[in-house]
Every structure is written in C-alpha cells, then in structure tokens.
Design a protein around this ligand. Structure first.
Ligand code: PMP
Length: 456
C-alpha cells in the first residue's frame, strides 16, 4: 500500500476531481479522503474511520455496500464475456434479461428500455428521442423543453441546461436554446407565506399555463421533472401537483419525461415515483438505483406511444442514429440483474418506505421545535432538514454564513455523512434501503449534536 503522503501528492498532481473547488483542493484546503471499503450502510477510509453513509454515496448505493451477490455477478460476467456491443440487434443474456426485469417493474404503458451509462446521457437520449418523435409526426417546430428551477437532470450540454441550478450553468454558456424553466414545486419556499399548499399548487399550474401560452404550445415538445425534487433540495411535490401538471401537458400535447434517476427502484417506498404520485410519463429516466452503482448503467424507458413513432421513423429513415459504445454494457447489465433480484429478495422497497417514515418521524421529534429548523420533509428514504435564521418570519441565513455546510461538517465529525444540498441550508438524507432503526436513531442523535456544535 502506498504511503498516505505519496498518494495525496499523486492525487493533487494528477486527479481532476468533479464538482470540486479546484484551487482550494490544490492548496490542500479540502479533505483528501480515500475510501477503501464499505459494508451495509457504512464506508471506511484509509485512516481506518468507519462512517455511517446516510446519503448512499450520491443517493445511489441503494442496496448498501459490500453485496457479494452483485460482486459475483459482475465477476462471472467479466470472465465469461466482458464486452460486446448492442448495435444492430446484438445483445447478451444479461442485457436482455435486465430489459425484461425493468419492464416488468415499470408502469404498464411502458414499452422498451434503451440502456446508457449515466443519468446525464440517458436524459440526453430522451431529448433526442423527443425531437426525433416530433419530426416523425410532422411537427418540426415543436422542440422546446420545459424544466423546473431547482430541477437536476445532469451535467451534459443539454442536461446541464435543463438543470435549474445556477452553479451548473454559470460560466459554461448554459442554458442552450430550446430550454425554458418554470417554477420549482417547493412549498416551503413559496413567496406568499399565508398561501395554502393547494393555492401554491394552483399557482405553479397557472404559471406553467402562462409559460406555454407565451411560448406557444406548438413550440413545446416536452416537460421534464423529477417526481420529487432531488439535488434542488429534496422536496416532495405539494398536494395535487402532478395530476394538475399532467392535465395541462395532456391538453397541449406535451410529452412528459419523468426523471426517476433518484426515485426509480424504490427510494420513495414504491418501485417508481410515477406510481407514487400517479404520473403517466411518456419516457422514464433511470440510472443510480438500476445497479445500486455497482457498475455504471442507465436507461430510458419509452412508452407504447413513443415506441410506435420510433418504429415508424426507422421505416422511413433507416436505423436510429443514436448509440453508445457502452449501451447495455454486459457488466452493468449483470450488476443490474443481481441488484434488482436483491431488492426483491430482501424486500427493500418496503423497507425504504417504512424506514423513511421512521426517519422523518424521529427527525421531527428531535428537531421539529428547534428555533433554527424551518422545515423537515421527506418521502420514503429521501429526507431533508432545512435551517432558517428565524422560523416565524421564515428568514433564511445568508449563503455566505455557510450554515448547511457547517452542520454537514460537524455531522461528519460525529461519523455520519449527510449532504449539504447546493442551494440553501439543507441537510439531506438518502441512505441505503437496508437502513435499520438503530442506524436511523444514530443519524438523528448525531444530527442533534452537530446542530448544537454548529452554534445553532
Ligand atoms: N437526473 C437526476 C434526477 C439526478 O439526480 C442525476 C444525478 N444526481 C442525474 C440525472 C444525472 O446522473 P449522472 O450523474 O449519472 O449523469
């Protein structure tokens, strides 16, 4: 094993880390934590620290760390056939089986799944499919995509444009044309404090209607949204939101893309968020939970309606000109098959629902009356605590006070990983689905200590 100081030097000299303050890293002001192992809800680092990972990596290691069944499936696949492509009708036993398993779990009206590598490339695929769709049905002007402020859909050119968070666009010359944003369905941050949840939903719907009116429905191809907002703050939608939004989209013949990269395969306590909130999407994006991040794999699940047009398009234009070298990579597919089987065998979707309710309840009991806690919210194992300077007037702290990052750092000192979400003083929890009551109690107890240690 390399000496720590040598590894740290190599890290600083060679490694361009994603989503990192590069200059601070180079100056040695960021932790260079090297993760060496994991089991269940815990990870270990090179210094021998054992941390309770209450964010499951980047809310992706849904079945927990160290699952030998998935490791074996990957190893077996690598020995037998590490790679073959999926172009021109090729497949492997793993990729074909996984497609069947995904469709068995997806809403009934879904038809086929296209496999990619990451959530970002799956959403890039989705936008291309939507444009292709409208060209085939003879509506070449109907191309704009509506996304929401605070939505997160990836870091690519188009997907970074769809993402409604400033940090992912600033200085990158994004958003690109054809992307427009509408209101974030974030009741706690409503402008008018005495508004009810139903009134707030009505306002979101009215502002979507107004945007469609202003742009012209015949120029808008699709609406993309996460069933519950993820990176933008971990926010379940306000009462009645999705049925009302869906009705507007249907009326204007606008396709719905449900980005289920976080919510797919159980995080909300149901197999899909679409099922949870009664959405009927035309395309569903999947990634993280498809393999629990044991290997990179994503997917775009398309509905019967979309599929019929894609088939027609190839009859008219030849093979679909969209493919990745690693589409349906056999190792990712093998990981996916083993992962989905494990989720069933261990009843993890149900556990996510039950433990999510327990975590939210215990967080509320412990911190619900705290003078600086403005909101405790969640659905399934997607929970957040939002801090405010003053509860009654709902005054937020200045971003420069770094309240969220400070609480997260104090929590880490206690041995628990929560995530300071990028916009607002929000600590997020999205642990693996195998979380136990004792682990949930530990998260809550240590958060209480961290909040005090942060001076709140
Ligand atoms: N969509 C959502 C809802 C996500 O949360 C993410 C990643 N956090 C993505 C898309 C992009 O996925 P990836 O990072 O795998 O490209």
């Amino acid at each position: 094993m390399l000496k720590n100081d040598q590894l740290e030097q190599w890290d600083r000299d060679n490694f361009f880390h994603p989503s990192t303050h590069l200059a601070e890293f180079a100056r040695g002001n960021l932790p260079q934590r090297v993760i060496t192992g994991g089991s269940g809800c815990h990870i270990e680092d090179r210094e021998g620290n054992r941390l309770l990972d209450a964010f499951a990596g980047l809310y992706c290691v849904n079945v927990g760390y160290g699952r030998q069944e998935i490791a074996e499936a990957i190893a077996d696949q690598a020995r037998e056939l590490a790679y073959y492509h999926a172009y021109v009708g090729h497949g492997t036993e793993a990729s074909i089986t996984l497609a069947k398993m995904v469709l068995d779990r997806a809403p009934d009206h879904m038809s086929k799944v296209y496999f990619g590598q990451s959530g970002s490339d799956a959403n890039e695929t989705n936008i291309k499919l939507v444009w292709y769709y409208n060209n085939i049905v003879g509506r070449p002007e109907k191309k704009k995509i509506i996304s929401r402020w605070r939505g997160y859909h990836g870091s690519g050119l188009m997907t970074g444009s769809l993402t409604g968070l400033e940090a992912f666009q600033k200085k990158f010359d994004l958003p690109l044309d054809r992307v427009i944003h509408t209101d974030a369905p974030y009741y706690f941050r409503r402008e008018t404090l005495d508004q009810t949840e139903e009134q707030f939903t009505a306002q979101c719907v009215a502002s979507l209607e107004a945007l469609i009116e202003q742009e012209g429905a015949d120029t808008i191809a699709a609406f993309i949204g996460e069933p519950a907002l993820g990176t933008g703050g971990l926010v379940p939608p306000p009462a009645g939101y999705w049925p009302a939004i869906q009705a507007v989209l249907d009326r204007h013949d606008i396709l719905l893309i449900a980005d289920e990269v976080v919510t797919g395969f159980g995080r909300l306590g149901t197999m899909f968020g679409s099922e949870h909130y009664g959405l009927k999407p035309d395309i569903i994006t999947i990634a993280k939970g498809l393999t629990s991040a044991y290997a990179p794999l994503s997917g775009s699940i398309v509905s019967d309606k979309v599929w019929a047009v894609l088939e027609q398009g190839t009859d008219e234009n030849g093979p679909i000109g969209h493919g990745w070298t690693y589409s349906a990579h056999p190792i990712g597919a093998a990981a996916g098959v083993a992962n989905l089987k494990l989720i069933d065998d261990l009843n993890l979707v149900q556990n996510a629902g039950e433990m999510g309710a327990y975590l939210k309840r215990t967080l509320t009991e412990a911190l619900g009356d705290h003078a600086h806690v403005g909101d405790i919210r969640g659905e399934g194992l997607l929970c957040a605590v939002e801090f405010v300077q003053d509860r009654d007037s709902r005054t937020f702290f200045d971003a420069g006070d770094k309240v969220g990052p400070t609480v997260a750092a104090k929590l880490l000192d206690e041995g628990v990983i929560g995530r300071a979400m990028p916009q607002g003083d929000i600590i997020g929890f999205a642990p693996p689905f195998c979380l136990t009551k004792d682990e949930a109690d530990e998260v809550v107890g240590k958060l209480v200590k961290a909040v005090a240690a942060a001076g709140l």
